[in-house]
Design a protein around this ligand. Structure first.
Ligand SMILES: [Ca+2]
Ligand SMILES: [Ca+2]
Length: 134
């Protein structure tokens, strides 16, 4: 299996995870739900430290993908095309610029004991929050 095909099937899985309401398109409300899910999972609410940054990072990611796709209701095809253009085709730079802010925002919230490190328990909770099994 080529790297491109592998990246594509992972993106397809990501699409299904992000389409929280299962209506076949990714829209802003799906990202809002993702943000709430992450906060819930870590027992945080919208006023928790880091919650605003998480929200900004996720909605920034949505805006970027929506802009690249030219629609605020991304079909799977739209999503794959936008992710390819914004992230995959740009390699490390695309990853760093597009995904790193959301990962950093989650890390800040995932570090529930505030020791500056992510413990195995915190990591497991984080993966569960974004729909990955441990
Ligand atoms: Ca949806
Ligand atoms: Ca920690």
């Amino acid at each position: 299996m080529s790297v491109a095909v592998k990246a594509n099937s992972r993106l397809e899985e990501r699409f299904d995870l992000w389409d929280h309401n299962g209506n076949g398109v990714i829209e802003r409300s799906d990202f809002e739900q993702e943000i709430r899910g992450i906060l819930d999972r870590f027992g945080a609410d919208a006023s928790a430290p880091g919650a605003a940054a998480l929200r900004a990072a996720y909605l920034g990611l949505f805006d970027r993908l929506a802009r690249a796709a030219g629609t605020e209701e991304l079909s799977k095809e739209d999503f794959l095309r936008a992710a390819e253009a914004e992230i995959v085709s740009r390699g490390n730079a695309g990853f760093a610029e597009v995904l790193q802010p959301t990962i950093q925002a989650i890390l800040a919230i995932a570090d529930t004991d505030g020791d500056g490190e992510i413990s195995p328990v915190e990591l497991e909770r984080w993966f569960a929050a974004i729909g990955l099994s441990a």
